[in-house]
Design a protein around this ligand. Structure first.
Ligand SMILES: Cc1cc2nc3c(=O)[nH]c(=O)nc-3n(C[C@H](O)[C@H](O)[C@H](O)COP(=O)(O)OP(=O)(O)OC[C@H]3O[C@@H](n4cnc5c(N)ncnc54)[C@H](O)[C@@H]3O)c2cc1C
Length: 603
């Protein structure tokens, strides 16, 4: 039966054939969420057509591309939440252990499955797994692109030269693919046979704490970070916090001294705890009030992210110099391979942040202790690895190794392409020729000095390292993005709404037309953060008007209560700013905040 809910172009038949009457197994791999998941919707719709049940399976491998406790802990905690969200919809969750190319077909056989559905991955190992599963599957196998707004195979039939050639192709397809998610078809009444139920029971997780503890112990060389609370609810809270409080700062995303400008979504997008399409749909609602910021966010979130998938999909040696299609970059790097280097560092020296460059060392420390390096610094960091290693091949290898080992969002097409852009010129053009780099774009410390306040960035990283070493958890200081979200409040409210498709991050009532007007932050800001934000505005107002304006804009998006205003007493600080005569724009912004807060106090 043709799918009504999922665009058929989003589905590739890895193994064709008629869907049988048995259960549908959704082998969940890249998109680890219950909400807004086209693969799960396809599985449920297919099952509902035959009255069959759906089982979601995840196959846990003992080692994955250098991942440690940081990544395994985040992932398993997210899966625990996913299991609960599925349970509320009558869908059991099975945790298989081992190579999915063996475990998934065996599980499907044990269930006498009628169909296997899997989400899409452009990475080599992921594709090998999917092909092997389809090969050995006892039933048809469908791959659904649940990660991209536009399915990678629909966006373009070929390797794209760069963002400029993909952007227009994607834009033409948004009306067809960037659409609201339907509700998940109900499959809760369908029952498993006794034999299938036994197979599912054998693969249920009986003790999540022990499962997580085991993985965290095995990968303890790279410990977990506390700021990124995993799971669908936390992902929604992060999106909401970004859109309602920090979106207008996004124009400063290339300033590492202003880390709050970034969304902080990459770990969630990487593990699929949130759908890129959900982020895009919600961001679009701010197009009028923050058009430049939304445009910039859309470019990164959709165009650049989907360009990375395009690259890995059509260029399977995406992580090797040899695998690059364009000769100019390979040729220029080879021509300069034997140029003398001013500094050459070993992997250990890089890893321990022991170079002569304080800025580079700070970036490396941010990665090691925070689990996420600022996006702009990532470019500088990788380019300097090219400058200070023996060969470009080694530079690419070191950069990918360190990125995958320490980044919470590592082992992702974005990471392979980010390293390849910096070191091998992928998606870039030739620049003025110079030693070591040849025609690859160069980045200089002096350029950074002009662009942002390096001492501020280094000071922030030092605070981050101190906070992490002191065991400070869930604080803004231990977060490389410097934002603080009261996740407990967000999650206990349940407004983030994992477990179903559709629904807005801002909690518009069912049936209520979604617009920016009814997009209200559901999380009340903490007293600590409110005080910090007001302090940032008042301190900056003396010498950095742009920064003060950003802070006031952010305050306007913050949800406060009358009690919080009374407890912190910050109202009078903002009132003072609203009366300052030096800068009319700042005074007006402060006045807007005062007026908004007055309404809250008066009720
Ligand atoms: C050397 C290098 C390594 C990188 N490694 C990774 C990585 O391992 N994982 C990763 O997700 N990104 C990587 N990036 C891309 C980018 O730096 C990060 O996506 C971004 O910093 C993530 O933070 P954010 O979500 O707060 O960013 P935001 O600016 O808020 O971006 C929102 C989302 O847009 C996407 N995005 C942003 N910038 C890019 C980009 N340049 N290319 C592709 N997608 C982008 C990401 O999905 C990101 O989460 C790398 C870039 C470079 C130069």
């Amino acid at each position: 039966m043709p799918s009504k809910l999922v665009n058929r172009k989003r589905v590739r038949k890895l193994k064709a054939g008629d869907v049988g009457p048995g259960p549908v197994v959704y082998w969940c791999s890249r998109d680890q969420r219950a909400a807004d998941n086209w693969a799960l919707i396809h599985a449920c719709e297919s099952a509902a057509a035959t009255g069959a049940p759906v089982v979601v399976a995840f196959s846990l491998v003992p080692a994955f591309l250098g991942a440690g406790a940081r990544q395994f802990g985040f992932m398993l905690r997210g899966l625990r939440e996913m299991e609960a969200a599925l349970k509320s919809r009558g869908i059991p969750f099975a945790l298989l252990r081992g190579d999915p190319s063996e475990t998934v077909p065996a599980f499907a056989k044990a269930l006498d499955a009628g169909l296997i559905v899997v989400d899409q991955s452009p990475l080599r190992l992921g594709r090998e797994w999917r092909d092997a599963v389809a090969d050995r599957a006892p039933c048809p196998t469908h791959e659904v692109d649940a990660h991209n707004v536009v399915p990678v195979w629909e966006a373009s039939p070929k390797l794209e030269v760069g963002a400029r050639t993909l952007r227009g192709k994607l834009a033409k397809l948004y009306p067809e693919f960037l659409v609201e998610f339907p509700d998940l078809p109900n499959v809760s009444d369908a029952k498993l046979s006794d034999a299938a139920a036994r197979a599912v029971d054998a693969a249920r997780v009986t003790d999540w704490d022990a499962t997580i503890a085991e993985a965290v112990e095995a990968g303890k060389a790279v410990p977990e970070v506390s700021w990124a609370v995993p799971g669908e609810n936390a992902a929604r809270a992060t999106l909401e916090h970004f859109l309602t409080r920090r979106l207008r700062l996004y124009e400063h995303r290339n300033d590492p001294a202003k880390p709050q400008a970034l969304s902080g979504l990459s770990p969630y997008l990487h593990f699929g705890h949130i759908s890129g399409a959900r982020c895009a749909l919600e961001a679009k609602r701010f197009s009028k009030s923050a058009s430049k910021a939304v445009e910039g966010f859309f470019e990164e979130l959709v165009v650049r992210r989907e360009l990375a998938d395009n690259f890995c999909w059509y260029s399977p040696k995406y992580d090797q110099l040899e695998g690059q299609k364009y000769d100019w970059a390979k040729d220029t790097l080879r021509a300069h391979a034997s140029d003398p280097r001013d500094h050459v560092y070993s992997l250990e020296q890089f890893e321990q942040a022991k170079t002569h460059d304080k800025l580079w060392n700070a970036a490396q420390l941010e990665l090691v202790h925070g689990g996420k390096m600022h996006g702009f610094m990532r470019m500088y960091w990788a380019k300097k690895i090219l400058e200070w290693t023996k060969t470009p091949e080694q530079a690419l290898e070191f950069a990918i190794h360190l990125n995958d080992k320490y980044s919470l969002d590592g082992r992702d097409p974005n990471g392979y392409v980010g390293c390849a852009w910096s070191i091998v010129g992928v998606h870039d053009q030739g620049w003025k020729e110079r030693p070591v780099f040849g025609k690859i774009r160069y980045m200089a410390l002096s350029g950074c000095e002009k662009k942002f306040k390096i001492p501020d960035y280094i000071a922030r990283v030092n605070q981050l390292v101190a906070a992490v070493k002191a065991g400070e958890k869930h604080s803004a200081a231990s977060n490389p993005g410097r934002f603080h979200i009261d996740f407990d409040a967000a999650i206990s409210k349940g407004e983030a709404g994992a477990g179903g498709s559709g629904g807005s991050a801002g909690g518009a009532a069912p049936g209520e037309k979604k617009s920016e007007k009814n997009f209200r932050p559901s999380v009340v800001v903490s007293a600590e953060e409110l005080t910090r934000m007001v302090k940032a505005a008042t301190e900056a107002s003396a010498g950095d008007a742009a920064r003060a304006a950003d802070a006031l804009d952010a305050l306007l998006g913050v949800r406060v209560t009358a009690e919080l205003l009374a407890d912190t007493g910050v109202g009078k600080e903002v009132k003072r700013l609203s009366k300052s005569e030096g800068n009319a724009e700042l005074a007006a912004k402060a006045k807007a905040v005062v007026n908004a807060w007055k309404k809250i106090v008066v009720g």
